[in-house]
Ligand binder design. Structure first.
Ligand code: ZN
Ligand code: ZN
Length: 387
């Protein structure tokens, strides 16, 4: 187990990679230049088993340990940026207008490259490390596609691990918890169908605006009056469209929103009860609804063994107190969830210091984090694949 000092010598090089990636952000599956950069670096470290073009632009590279046979563990980094105009004013700001690394995936990629460089030199483990570089995290599909294209079976991966930076957590700190660490993400649409007409003669209509308003208010009570206050569920109505005119009661009103939940029971509850609530109110007022519910991203659920290995690796790096092993789960979602559905493992947060928040135009990954992330990956490999 190494302290962070062991990885300081990689700081300058990893910073150069990170800033190059930051200046050249690419979106979703179109991370062609980023993938080429990653592939070239991996090859320059002497890694000769590199498969590209998985889920269009994803990469899996294998490093064998010198300790003989053992399992294969997957370490995953995401490579995609966001369609945001950068305002960080750093000298390494995005050179591509309207695109920026506002979620720190440039840092995630650089940290996994740094770990690859170290591990390809030392090989101080048994079995195999599978480095997974994934496109299209932000639209929630890249991880799922890499799993669908068979990476777990093809490379014999038995455990998977992921990491995300967290603004607001000190540099050099880590946070993790056993069980659900990030929420499931769903969307719903409710189309309220009434009977349109003249706004001056409401008695000749079935006003879907009024029905929709009642539904919005009633949805607020689903959580406050129906779920245990200790449980975490969010229902937000975020879309609303009705008539464009002042004097027309429209035929229909469309509502839409998002549901975030930290258990599958709450997720089932939300889907069932939003529909029942909307239907009941509409029927009572003479209208009808059409209801659509889409489950977009699963819960990110850490497994106990993987969580314990992650805690041990992080504590070996930064000491006992710098790792919060019972961090509160986040209501955001993460497509690494699909990899954790396919194989056991764990997802951890690494402190990014007092920077702007994720997806904010002023955000920037802090390069001081790089040796910590590199060291975490190396310690994890030497823990999970210990000689
Ligand atoms: Zn993001
Ligand atoms: Zn992210």
């Amino acid at each position: 187990m190494h302290s962070v000092q062991t990885f300081r010598h990689l700081h300058d090089e990893a910073t150069a990679w990170r800033r190059y990636l930051h200046q050249n952000p690419e979106l979703d599956y179109r991370v062609h230049n980023t993938a080429a950069f990653v592939t070239e670096k991996l090859a320059s470290f002497g890694i000769n088993h590199i498969e590209t073009g998985i889920a269009e632009t994803g990469i899996v590279a294998l490093i064998q340990g010198e300790g003989g046979d053992g399992p294969t563990i997957g370490l995953r980094a995401d490579m995609d940026a966001l369609p945001i105009v950068e305002s960080s004013n750093k000298s390494w700001s995005s050179k591509i207008p309207g695109k920026m690394h506002a979620c720190g995936h440039d840092g995630h990629t650089a940290m996994l490259l740094g770990a690859a460089r170290y591990l390809a030199n030392t090989h101080n483990f048994k079995g195999t490390v599978a480095l997974i570089f994934q496109p299209a995290e932000e639209d929630g599909q890249g991880a799922q596609r890499m799993v669908q294209e068979g990476i777990m079976d093809r490379f014999g991966i038995s455990q998977v691990f992921g990491m995300h930076n967290m603004p607001g957590m000190d540099v050099g700190k880590f946070g993790i918890c056993d069980g659900s660490i990030m929420a499931a993400l769903d969307e719903f649409d409710i189309i309220v169908k009434g009977k349109g007409g003249h706004a001056a003669a409401p008695h000749l209509t079935i006003d879907p605006v009024v029905v929709g308003a009642q539904i919005i208010v009633a949805l607020q009570t689903l959580i406050s009056r129906n779920t245990n206050p200790i449980d975490a569920l969010v229902i937000s109505v975020t879309r609303l469209s009705a008539s464009e005119a002042y004097n027309i009661i429209p035929e229909q009103v469309e509502l839409g929103g998002t549901v975030r939940s930290l258990s599958s029971a709450l997720r089932d509850f939300a889907e069932r009860q939003i529909k029942a609530c909307a239907e009941g109110i509409a029927r009572g007022l003479g209208a009808e609804i059409e209801f659509r519910y889409r489950r977009l991203e699963p819960l990110t659920i850490n497994h106990t063994e993987g969580t314990n290995q992650a805690i041990k690796a992080a504590r070996g790096l930064v000491g006992h107190c710098a790792v919060d092993e019972k961090i509160k789960p986040l209501m955001g979602s993460e497509d690494f969830a699909y990899m954790l559905q396919a194989r056991p493992g764990a997802f951890i947060f690494i402190g990014n210091g007092p920077t702007a928040g994720l997806h904010n135009p002023a955000y920037d990954f802090d390069d001081e984090v790089l040796p910590y992330g590199i060291g975490y990956w190396v310690n994890l490999v030497e823990t999970a694949l210990a000689l």
